[in-house]
Design a protein around this ligand. Structure first.
Ligand code: NAP
Ligand code: GFB
Length: 318
């Protein structure tokens, strides 16, 4: 009989948490796996006592640690200190409590935006600490980098199997579509929706020239399950589409326009920041370990995301 697993997903009500829930349901929950998805309403993980109470309640054997203060470029520009402090508190509480509860494996979440701004390309997993991150999100970046340091510390001193994944920009259903705080694709989708409704111009921020790799949340969720069940290293692994799938912000906006059949006026607001120009990451390590994995074509993923947003406009985070 396979060992009984209780898998606690912190940040379980967010973009990626909801995607993991969808994939677990689609796959059919394994008989020996109990999945628990929690939000901040059940426990504020920046609070140590509430973190301990959560672990005492569920007694997880495995943790997928997603909970974090998260946001796009413009939220990071405004709150770098809050991103730093809140995420350091959350991460230390979760990892220390996981250690105290003898959790067998923790998979935490970094981001491709935390790599050094001055770097060679493509970026790979060995480069995380090779220089300062882009100034726009230094708070978030240093808190995330510390997870990698903590994972090595818990392994070296206590033999813990704590590892991390490094997703690129994620999008999909249940995203945060808030125009100020959210990421670019949900922001563009929300803006086209309002432009179609009001007959107003669709405004793209910045020059549109920065470049990004976008991964569909449901693809990332399938990769999270593979990492939880198969990936054995403590060192982090980049989870991204290939370098060849990198697009400019303008190209991404054009795909949103196509997916939403928008015919109105398009305007570039170049008074808004471009943020980091590029953070091209290599997925060679992933493809070597999981060569048969297939990504959803971005236009199909965008259409599914747009359809979800239009159908769930009233309840979407915006
Ligand atoms: P999200 O949609 O904003 O969800 C964040 C989740 O964390 C929510 O469930 C939220 O709970 C929870 N949370 C926030 N603060 C908390 C606290 N103090 N205590 C307990 N729970 C808290 O974020 P996401 O996009 O799914 O991101 C999940 C993870 O992926 C994060 O670690 C993020 O850094 C990482 N990541 C995201 C991207 C991206 O493009 N989205 C890219 C790379 C890495 P509530 O719903 O109750 O607020
Ligand atoms: O997803 P995003 O906000 O964050 O993308 P980053 C910002 C890029 O998209 C900039 C352009 O070049 C913006 O000028 N953009 C155009 C827009 N229109 C919009 C819009 O309506 N909304 C937004 N948000 N951007 C984040 C990091 O960097 O990447 C976070 O700051 C996180 O920490 C995330 O890691 C994955 O991709 O620039």
């Amino acid at each position: 009989m396979a060992e009984k697993k209780v898998i606690l997903v912190t940040g379980g009500t967010g973009l990626i948490g909801e995607a993991i829930k969808t994939i677990v349901e689609r796959e059919g929950r394994k008989p020996n796996e109990e999945w628990v998805f929690v939000s901040s309403k059940e426990a504020d993980l920046a609070n140590k006592e509430q973190t301990k109470a959560l672990f005492a309640k569920y007694k997880p054997t495995h943790v997928i640690h997603l909970a974090a203060m998260v946001g796009g470029l413009f939220r990071n520009l405004k709150y770098n200190l809050d991103f730093l402090r809140t995420n350091i508190q959350i991460n230390d509480n979760v990892l220390q409590t996981a250690f105290e509860h003898n959790v067998k494996k923790v998979v935490s979440c970094l981001s491709t935006c935390i790599f050094p701004d001055k770097t060679t390309y493509p970026i790979d997993e060995t480069m995380i600490h090779n220089g300062p991150p882009h100034s726009s999100n230094f708070g978030y970046s240093y808190a995330k980098r510390l997870i990698d340091v903590q994972n090595r510390g818990y392994h070296q001193q206590h033999g813990c199997h704590f590892t991390a994944v490094i997703p690129t920009n994620v999008f999909g259903p249940h995203d945060n579509f808030n125009l100020e705080d959210g990421h670019v694709l949900p922001g563009l989708i929300h803006k086209v929706y309002e432009s179609k409704k009001n007959g107003t111009p669709f405004v793209i921020w910045g020059t549109g020239s920065p470049r990004r790799q976008f991964i569909y949340s449901l693809d990332l969720a399938r990769l999270f399950l593979w990492v939880l069940r198969e990936y054995q290293e403590i060192d982090p692994i980049i989870l991204s589409v290939g370098e060849e799938d990198e697009v400019s912000i303008k190209e991404a906006a054009d795909m949103v326009i196509e997916a939403m059949d928008f015919k109105g006026e398009v305007v570039m607001d170049t008074t808004k920041s471009d943020g980091q120009f590029k953070k091209t990451a290599s997925n060679a390590k992933l493809m070597k370990l999981n060569p048969d994995f297939k990504f959803t074509p971005i236009k199909q993923a965008l259409k599914e995301t747009v359809d979800w947003f239009v159908k769930n406009y009233d309840i979407a985070r915006k």
